[in-house]
Design a protein around this ligand. Structure first.
Ligand code: ADP
Length: 336
């Protein structure tokens, strides 16, 4: 009988263990051994899971002969949260414990609430500026024509910032909604680059940056042309905004091992290594002040990352302080 129970729990995908009448673990499957860092059998369950909720649940499951579910925390670094389901096997006294790891779910939940807090904060800043300006215009600056002009300018600037933020948030949510559907139209990256270049010519000129596309070749990928244009524009815009000090931005598309590659390189100040892995997080910026001053929302690279992931591609970022940065996007080739 014992043998059969061990075999049965070995076949379960979740962490599972069996506790005998003496309170000793008589079998633990591989996920349970891994999650709790224990041998397959022989330990006393309540010293293994030192959690009052678990001890109570075990007593209750035994006494009532009914399944009991409780949330528990396993000590360790970092501590992990599980939902534990304890059920008597047959008429008992053995108890089957199935553990479901809640760590990932809780992390996602935390990310979601962080996101709401960040987004609200980002909206409140321009809104507070607009309200402050209106109050000044109603009060002290009521009859000051010159101040009125300046204040209206400020209000327009802040209102535009809010609009950009809302547009970016909507874009992000639309892409996320469709992330599981892979776009597969035939797109030539060269056309995308040409379009992006023409859209950003004015910004480049204003910033004294030369946009170069000499090495680009026709490169067919499977994708969505509008979304790939957005990726290209976001990367070129960043290169101009943050790397424009180098005077030039080079955009190249080429084929490489079954993928189309789009590369945007600047020769500006570069990005310190510890920032690089975090750049695609929502609202992450190296300098919030600079990003705001340049009209950034902190969402551009998050949008880039989600579009690329929808295309089953990858983003590579390499940078050297003082030398510049290169953002490379790899998208699977179009197969007819
Ligand atoms: P933002 O709206 O702030 O531009 P992004 O998500 O597009 O948001 O970029 C996040 C941050 O990454 C920027 O605020 C900037 O600090 C940094 N960054 C992006 N591209 C570059 C670049 N080419 N050179 C230097 N820093 C960059």
């Amino acid at each position: 009988m014992m043998m059969a129970t061990a075999e049965l729990i070995a076949a379960l995908p979740d962490a599972a263990l069996v506790i005998g009448a003496d309170g000793v673990v008589s079998a633990a499957n591989a996920p349970a051994q891994e999650a709790l860092q224990i041998p397959p059998q022989g330990l006393i369950a309540t010293t293994l899971i030192r959690h009052s909720g678990f001890v109570n649940a075990l007593g209750e499951a035994r006494q009532a002969g009914q399944p009991v579910t409780t949330d528990i925390e396993i000590q360790g670094r970092p501590p992990r949260q599980f939902s534990a389901h304890l059920a008597p096997i047959g008429k008992g006294p053995e108890i089957l414990v199935v553990l479901r790891d809640l760590t990932r779910e809780q992390r996602i939940e935390r990310m979601r609430s962080d996101f709401v807090a960040n987004a609200s904060h980002e909206m409140r800043t321009p809104l507070a500026a607009i309200i402050g300006t209106i109050e000044t215009l109603q009060g002290p600056a009521r009859n000051d024509a010159k101040a009125r002009e300046t204040f209206l300018e400020t209000m327009l600037l802040q209102a535009r910032r809010m609009k950009r933020l809302i547009d970016d948030l909507l874009t992000l949510s639309r892409i996320e909604l469709n992330e599981h559907v892979r776009p597969n139209a035939r797109v030539d990256l060269l056309d995308v680059v040409r379009q992006a270049k023409s859209n950003l010519m004015a910004l480049a000129k204003e910033s004294n940056v030369d946009l170069k596309t000499e090495a680009s070749r026709s490169t067919l990928v499977a994708g969505d042309a509008d979304e790939l244009l957005q990726v290209t524009q976001n990367l070129i815009e960043n290169a101009i905004k943050y790397g424009g000090g180098g005077g030039a931005v080079e955009i190249t598309c080429l084929e490489q091992k079954g993928s189309g590659v789009l590369r945007v390189q600047d020769f500006g100040r570069g990005i310190a290594e510890d920032h690089i892995p975090r750049l695609t997080e929502r609202f992450y910026r190296v300098s919030t002040q600079e990003s705001r001053a340049r009209g950034g929302t902190g969402l551009g690279l998050a949008i880039v990352k989600h579009i690329i992931s929808r295309h089953r591609g990858k983003l590579e970022i390499s940078s050297q302080l003082g030398k510049g940065s290169t953002f490379s996007v790899h998208i699977p080739r179009y197969v007819s």
